[in-house]
Design a protein around this ligand. Structure first.
Ligand code: UDP
Length: 428
């Protein structure tokens, strides 16, 4: 559906650059979401500018992705990688740079869609300067994250306060799963307006190769039993549970059992450290010979998903989780933790299996059930494909978001009357 109002919108993702490679530290689902949503909206006639923070002097300031969709990198703080827990102090500069960009380009965005709590703050500040509709997607909720960890960062209380203020005041919050919506109500606030629009995946790219051909391309045998993990190396992703589950598998000892752990990392950074820890556990359990680390996957990702018998998502928590729907689009069933958005995308016993998080024995049993029954594996995989086709294409996501934007743009917009700095002051 074509927009009926001003069709120029801004997606703001301060720390999740939509133009960078994903699959390594701090670049995952949010980056993919913003990029894919931006491109899919552009295909529906929207003019989409995606704003992020420039995190290296080598990065171009503007990247054109397709007609009507570009990434704009603003300078806010050092042009270097800064972890998301240390970005807050640079946000006022981001706000000023955004206002300056608008002034220089002679643009005023009527609607912004912010991503993650840092960007929600930026959006709420921008609303003080101009009539503006703000839509927000959290991607992760501090209230959930901090329940699960003991070493909460210094920024935690600020984040919780801003997440609450955001839910209670922005024009619309987009939950990506019914579970995320429920958690917002339970742990953030009972006030505020929420719409549920899921994340999506590229159903042409994922699903283009069938298992036999994929295995040939990867040099795998038709009777190999392939268990695959795809994602960042982060403790909360629960890779340790998967490794220990494979260690307990009843197929252990069979030469054709293979564990693949895919994802990028930087030595010495937090993902490199987690990878070293995982490799240590693999070695300690005597799984070295059957475990492969193909690194960060890009164009070959659909081939790996298709080649696998089962994709395992052992996360401690996921608000949505793109990896499962990518695997499902490739007709590969998923064994996942029974948490958050995974309870929405995966239908237990129909498109995969859900088991309690961190429960190695339950994961082992679920993986074994699928590995030992190829006909059932195929049946689960086929139903999984249908589920993604029906509910999780980027095009249908962009359709849902476009409808929401149009609805909000049709309403009168109020301006908050307390500007922090005028545009003239910003430009001075
Ligand atoms: N990813 C990738 N290459 C890799 C590992 C991951 O492109 O080697 C992508 C993956 O396909 C998915 C995203 O990174 O689109 C991870 O998103 P998800 O929501 O599953 O997890 P997050 O990283 O946001 O926690």
């Amino acid at each position: 559906m074509l927009p009926t109002h001003s069709n120029r919108i801004a997606l703001i993702s301060v720390h999740g650059d939509p133009a960078v490679e994903t699959g390594r530290e701090e670049a995952g689902g949010q980056n993919v979401y913003v990029r894919q949503v931006g491109e899919a909206l552009a295909q529906r006639g929207w003019q989409v500018d995606m704003f992020t923070r420039r995190s290296s002097v080598q990065q171009p300031k503007i990247v054109e992705h397709c007609d009507g969709c570009r990434t704009i990198r603003l300078t806010a703080g050092p042009e270097d990688f800064i972890g998301r827990d240390h970005l807050f102090d640079y946000l006022p500069e981001f706000v000023n740079q955004f206002l300056l960009f608008q002034k220089q380009e002679g643009i005023q965005y009527p609607l912004i869609h912010t991503n993650y709590w840092l960007s929600s703050w930026v959006g709420m500040q921008l609303k003080k300067h101009q009539p503006l509709i703000q839509v927000h997607t959290y991607h992760s909720l501090g209230a959930i994250k901090y329940r699960a960890i003991s070493d909460t960062p210094a920024i935690a209380s600020k984040r919780l306060g801003i997440e609450k203020q955001c839910l209670e005041t922005v024009d619309r919050v987009v939950a990506t799963s019914p579970q995320e919506e429920e958690h917002m109500r339970q742990f953030v606030s009972t006030n505020g307006r929420i719409d549920m629009i899921p994340c999506g995946t590229d159903i042409k790219r994922f699903g283009s190769v069938l298992r036999a051909e994929a295995r040939q391309q990867l040099g795998l045998d038709p009777d190999d039993k392939v268990v695959l993990y795809v994602g960042r190396f982060d403790k909360r992703k629960g890779i340790e549970t998967l490794v220990r589950a494979v260690g307990q598998s009843s197929l252990r000892g069979q030469a054709n059992l293979k564990l693949m752990i895919a994802g990028g990392y930087t030595p010495g950074q937090s993902d490199g450290i987690e990878r070293d820890r995982i490799v240590g556990i693999v070695n300690e359990l005597g799984l070295t010979d059957i475990t492969h680390y193909p690194g960060r996957l890009d164009v070959e990702l659909p081939i790996y998903y298709a080649a696998a018998d089962v994709v395992v998502v052992p996360s401690h928590y996921e608000p949505f989780g793109l990896v499962p729907i990518e695997a499902m689009a490739c007709r590969t069933p998923v064994v996942a933790s029974n948490v958050g958005g995974l309870q929405f995308t995966i239908v237990n016993e129909v498109t995969g299996l859900l088991v309690p998080p961190k429960d190695e024995a339950a994961f082992a049993q679920a993986i074994d059930r699928i590995l030992s029954d190829p006909a059932w594996r195929d049946q689960l995989g086929q139903t999984a494909r249908h589920r993604v086709e029906i509910g999780f294409s980027w095009d249908s996501v962009a359709g849902g978001l476009g409808y929401l934007y149009n609805k909000l743009l049709a309403q009168p917009v109020s301006v908050e009357p307390t500007p922090v700095k005028t545009v003239a002051e910003v430009a001075a």
